[in-house]
Design a protein around this ligand. Structure first.
Ligand code: SAH
Length: 214
C-alpha cells in the first residue's frame, strides 16, 4: 500500500474509533470528539504497534509505561469541563498524546513527565506536529509546576494513592482536577475534585487501572 492510502486508512480508522468507542459509549462534548478525530494517535505509539493505534485498549510505549485507551483519554478530558481559555497541567505526559489532544481544547498545556527518554521523544514529536501550546518539562509531576501555577484544570495520567498536596495548592478556585485514585490494579477510581469555597468537592466515577505515580 502506498503511503497516501495508508494515511487515509489510518484517518478512517480514527473516525471509526471516535464513533464506536467514544461517541458510542457516552462522551458527548463535541470539542472533545473533534480533538480525538484530529490528533494522529498512530504517531504517538511505537512504530511496530502502529496498526493497533486505534484499537480499544492501552498500548505499551516503552519504559514500562502505556498510552491510555482512547476512550479514557476522551472521558477524562470531558470530565475536566474545558471551554477554551484554560491553562491545564498534565502529570505523566508519556507519549505526549493526551497533551496534544488537550492542546486543541485549551489555551496552554503544561505537561510533566518523569521519564527522560519519553520526554525527549514527546518533545520532538509535538514540535514536529506543530502542537505549539504544549510546554513540556521532565521532572516529578507530584510537585506540580509552581512557576506556572495556578491552573484552571489538572489531570493525572498516572494513579495516586493520595492526592499530591502540591497539586491541590496549584488549582484555582472553581478549578477541576481529574485523577485515578487508589492502589495499583483495578480498585482505582477516576475522581474529579472541584476547588470550592469550603475545600474540595469530590466525585467518584469509573473504575480504572493506570500505571502508578512514582
Ligand atoms: N497521557 C500519557 C499516558 C502516559 S502513562 C500518554 O498519552 O501517553 C503515565 C506516565 O506517567 C508514564 O509515562 C510515567 O513515566 C509518568 N509518571 C509516573 N510518575 C510520574 C511522576 N511522579 N511525575 C511525572 N510523570 C510520572
Amino acid at each position: 500500500m502506498d503511503s497516501r492510502n495508508h494515511e487515509n486508512e489510518l484517518t478512517r480508522a480514527r473516525e471509526v474509533m471516535v464513533r464506536l468507542q467514544i461517541q458510542g459509549r457516552d462522551v458527548r462534548d463535541e470539542r472533545v470528539l473533534q480533538a480525538m478525530r484530529s490528533v494522529p494517535r498512530h504517531r504517538f505509539v511505537p512504530p511496530p504497534l502502529l496498526e493497533e493505534a486505534y484499537e480499544d485498549h492501552p498500548i505499551p510505549i516503552g519504559y514500562g509505561q502505556t498510552i491510555s485507551q482512547p476512550y479514557i483519554v476522551a472521558y477524562m478530558a470531558e470530565m475536566l469541563k474545558l471551554r477554551g481559555y484554560e491553562r491545564v497541567l498534565e502529570v505523566g505526559s508519556g507519549s505526549g498524546y493526551m497533551a496534544a489532544m488537550l492542546s486543541l481544547l485549551v489555551k496552554d498545556v503544561y505537561a510533566i513527565e518523569l521519564e527522560a527518554g519519553l520526554c525527549t521523544r514527546a518533545e520532538e514529536l509535538l514540535t514536529e506536529l506543530g502542537y505549539d501550546n504544549v510546554h513540556l518539562r521532565c521532572g516529578d509531576g507530584a510537585l506540580g509546576w509552581p512557576e506556572k501555577a495556578p491552573f484552571d484544570a489538572i489531570v493525572l495520567s498516572c494513579s495516586a494513592v493520595d492526592v499530591p498536596p502540591a497539586l491541590l495548592e496549584q488549582l484555582i478556585m472553581g478549578g477541576r482536577m481529574v485523577l485515578p485514585l487508589g492502589p495499583h490494579g483495578w480498585s482505582q477510581r477516576l475522581i474529579r475534585l472541584t476547588h470550592c469555597d469550603d475545600g474540595f468537592d469530590m466525585e467518584n466515577d469509573l473504575p480504572v487501572a493506570f500505571v502508578p505515580l512514582r
